[in-house]
Design a binder for this molecule. Structure first.
Ligand code: AMP
Length: 277
């Protein structure tokens, strides 16, 4: 495994691989990697000849008062995890955008609710960096986690709309044994906060349990979830159509419950499939 930090070196390596006819798989990340990221690498590994992981804390997707400056970093630890997952190349640029960058990639509709409403401009930052990463890495396939369920839908839309020749694969959300969705941001949590953070997955499980016992009224399902939450501020708790991400009023199809809330200074997200039987 090698780590490259410049665009020129990456472009040269990708050109050589493509000249040999090798297929490239790609997992974009912001680093401080955990088992959730590793699961995406494990999904990609058997599907490609060369596996690239990018580690770049993308300033474009952070709002002015968000945690860009304190986002956790550990390149040496990330390299160990990548090596153990059979990654060929870690691309860890310090600087990724060209001088004078004047292009923003923006997906309408899907980005308006949920995290898009709570974090204005966030998804433009995500789609702009992912489009540019796709341009330089030239992968045939890329894996994204369902942890960021809305992001996955937005990336699929962008890839289709721009006609990018990249197969998008979604990987399941990986949790700690106690149910907490794995996240690089969990490192911000004190032990007491971590205990309260469990209420996010508890709220989602309450929705799933109520649906399993036959509740079809989404207001009632939502109330069941909300009653389990112990957050300092709630950004949203919604039960939506999993394709269009539009809130439902009746559970008349398989749905997705999504939550975003603050525990102290830490914003956490989680989601779960709500089966419809
Ligand atoms: P991040 O480093 O947080 O930008 O995440 C990089 C990729 O890893 C995204 O596609 C995330 O959805 C995915 N990811 C992060 N946490 C998890 C998790 N707990 N389970 C599965 N995928 C995850």
């Amino acid at each position: 495994m090698e780590t490259l930090t410049t665009l020129a070196a990456l472009v040269e390596r990708v050109r050589a691989w493509r000249a040999e006819g090798l297929t490239i798989g790609f997992v974009p990340t912001m680093g401080f990697l955990h088992a959730g990221h590793a699961s995406l690498m494990a999904l990609a590994r058997p599907r490609c000849d060369r596996l690239v992981v990018s580690i770049f804390v993308n300033p474009l997707q952070f709002g002015p008062n968000e945690d860009l400056s304190r986002y956790p970093r550990d390149l040496a630890g990330d390299e160990r995890l990548c090596a153990s997952e059979g990654v060929d190349l870690v691309f860890a640029p310090t600087d990724f955008y060209p001088p004078g960058r004047a292009t923003t990639v923006s997906v309408a509709g899907l980005t308006e609710g949920l995290c898009g409403a709570a974090r204005p401009g966030h998804f433009d930052g995500v789609t702009t960096v992912v489009a540019r990463l796709f341009g330089v890495v030239q992968p045939q396939l890329a894996v994204f986690g369902e942890k960021d369920f809305q992001q996955l839908a937005v990336i699929r839309r962008m890839t289709t709309d721009l006609g990018l020749p990249v197969e998008i694969i979604g990987g399941p959300l990986i949790r700690d044994p106690d149910g907490l969705a794995m996240s690089s941001r969990n490192t911000y949590l004190s032990p007491a906060e971590r205990g309260r953070a469990l209420s996010l997955s508890a709220g989602l499980r309450a929705v799933v349990a109520a649906a399993a016992s036959g509740e079809r009224d989404v207001a009632a399902l939502r109330a069941a979830g909300l009653s389990a939450l112990d957050v300092d501020r709630l950004d949203y708790f919604e039960i939506v159509d999993p394709d269009h991400l539009r809130p439902l009023t009746t559970l008349d199809r398989p749905a997705r419950a999504l939550v975003a809330g603050w525990i102290g200074r830490t914003r956490l997200i989680d989601n779960m499939a709500v089966p419809w039987i």
